[in-house]
Design a protein. Structure first.
Length: 94
């Protein structure tokens, strides 16, 4: 039996996070770099094939996470809907 197609839905917070990532990158990098990283984050969410594909987050354990560069995409599963909750910059400046 084939897997049911998953639908990805972004929360308002996650959309705002992704915009912030883009604009923060744009301040320090070229537009091409900012777009490339933003697209990597966006496309990573669309690459989910089955709900448990990525591990549960160790801090926000009710969510699963995808790591792209130094960004963490938090998501939860509601049936065949992947809900992107937040995009977090996990870079720590020491």
């Amino acid at each position: 039996m084939p897997l049911e197609k998953l639908s990805v839905r972004w929360s308002d917070e996650a959309i705002d996070n992704l915009k912030s990532v883009y604009y923060n990158l744009l301040r320090k990098n070229s537009q091409d770099t900012a777009l490339r990283i933003r697209n990597e984050i966006f496309n990573a969410a669309r690459s989910i094939v089955f709900p448990e594909q990525f591990q549960a987050d160790e801090i926000y354990n009710k969510y699963r996470r995808i790591i792209i560069r130094n960004y963490k995409i938090l998501y939860r599963v509601d049936g065949n809907i992947i809900r992107i909750i937040s995009v977090i910059n996990s870079y720590q400046d020491s």
